[in-house]
Design a protein around this ligand. Structure first.
Ligand code: URA
Length: 445
């Protein structure tokens, strides 16, 4: 087999075989196929697309290009969640302890991610002492002993995806449905879950701007999961305005703790309950947790009786974090300057541009542009209003948490641009636009 022939066949619109795709990925990962040939194939895929069997083959080849996490000695049916990323999206911090509180094992290797505020690991690192770097042995030991571990990647999961993504970034080949879907799913397949909940976001603060694009991406990922023998529920959720109030690492941890106490913002609480319900539905495999309304009631009870928070506290303790910060979120890192933003006029909130809010948090130092950038855990913003709400002139609608006085006015201007007020009534935005599910495992359903 020759790489050039595979590129030519894709260029000319033929369907690649599983063997061709596996060959290409294996030899690209090992360095035998150079970047310029991989770039050519990527561009041919962008222009010609991929069939469903091709997409599944690409995903599996990438998933098997490095280590895979085998959780079979911990559970016979591991469940995981993935979010396509959004502004104020701290869902994992609430959903994972909630699910673990039901005795469902959670062993998750999470990422940092680039962007406007940190990934799950960056958020957890706002808790003093929390160790995200565990050895493989520590990871498994905690998973077995506590049924809950949340750490960085100690394995090399889907390295082909990392290599390909770096090329896509600089060759204008990111926007391709099969490439995006296979990229996300390859990492999830390598991470060992048999049941997977995908939180696919649509809106100004999301990778997919429209619901239709998000639906297509969700369907492609569900199809891959089914073809790979996994069970997948994809939730289509709104990301036109931030989720919850907080955007910024310590602020998001604090909001998660309040939510675990049953005192979180309504939208974020409802969102987290929906994701947790879907995870339990999969974990129950058609035998337990089959009635979503009943499961939601049970989940809500875990927020109010303190058991979900106790599970989170145990996680923090097991990974060396300061549990006093869980008991009292005021002890989390705080910014030197906290300034309110008030409504310049009374009216109805017409929009809270998630992207603009994210930029305000980023400019304060909450995110990173390059992998090597430092982030400041204390800084960020809080936005207290949602689309459709009525506000009074002078009402505090947002808050800036800064460590540099020079950045405050820029953030204020950004927030005032992002939060648009008007006189006409506006419906609240939906939290979800639908759900797509597919079952490919042999587990009972
Ligand atoms: N996120 C990923 O992991 N891969 C993509 O291709 C796009 C978003």
């Amino acid at each position: 087999m020759r790489a050039v022939d595979i590129i030519a066949r894709k260029r000319d619109g033929f369907e690649l075989t599983t063997e061709e795709i596996a060959y290409f990925i294996e030899h690209f990962t090992s360095g035998d196929i150079p970047d310029y040939q991989a770039s050519a194939l990527l561009m041919a895929i962008v222009l010609r697309g991929m069939t469903r069997p091709e997409t599944a083959a690409l995903t599996l080849a990438m998933a098997h290009s490095g280590d895979t996490l085998d959780l079979s000695d911990i559970t016979d049916y591991a469940v995981d969640k993935h979010s396509s990323g959004g502004v104020g999206d701290k869902t994992s911090l609430v959903v994972l302890p909630l699910v673990a509180a039901f005795g469902v094992p959670v062993a998750k290797m999470s990422g940092r991610g680039l962007g406007y505020s940190g990934g799950t690991l960056d958020k957890l690192e706002a808790i003093r002492g929390y160790r995200v770097h565990l050895t493989g042995e520590e990871f498994r030991d905690l998973a077995k002993r506590n049924g809950f571990v949340l750490a960085g990647q100690s394995l090399s999961l889907a390295p082909a995806d990392g290599k390909l993504y770096a090329l896509r970034d600089v060759t204008a080949t990111v926007p391709s449905l099969p490439l995006i879907a296979s990229s996300i799913m390859s990492k999830k397949l390598a991470a060992g879950a048999r049941g997977l909940v995908l939180d696919v976001k649509a809106g100004s603060g999301a990778f997919m701007a429209t619901v239709e694009d998000a639906r297509q991406l969700a369907q492609a990922m569900v199809d891959i999961g089914v073809d790979a023998g996994r069970d997948v529920i994809a939730l289509l959720s709104d990301m036109n305005q931030p989720l919850g109030h907080a955007v910024g690492n310590a602020l998001e941890v604090a909001e998660s703790i309040y939510t675990l106490r049953g005192e979180g913002p309504a939208d974020f609480t409802t969102h987290s309950l929906a994701v947790a319900e879907a995870m339990l539905r999969l974990a129950g495999r058609g035998v337990k947790w089959t009635d979503p309304a009943q499961t939601r009631a049970e989940l809500e009870a875990r927020l109010h009786d303190g058991s979900a928070l106790a599970v989170f506290r145990k996680l923090v303790e097991a990974q060396g974090g300061d549990t006093a910060m869980v008991d009292d979120p005021a002890l989390l890192p705080t910014a030197a300057i906290i300034e309110g933003v008030t409504a310049p006029a009374g009216g109805v909130v017409q929009g809270v541009d998630a992207f603009g809010v994210a930029r305000a948090a980023f400019d304060l130092g909450a995110g990173r542009e390059k992998k090597t950038d430092d982030i400041d855990p204390a800084v960020g913003v809080q936005v207290f209003v949602k689309v459709g709400e009525t506000v009074r002139v002078g009402q505090k609608i947002a808050e800036i948490h800064a460590n540099a006085a020079a950045r405050v006015e820029g953030a204020r201007a950004e927030l005032l641009r992002a939060i648009s007020l008007g006189t006409t009534p506006h419906d609240p935005l939906p939290l979800f636009y639908g759900e797509i599910e597919g079952y490919g495992s042999t587990a009972r359903h």
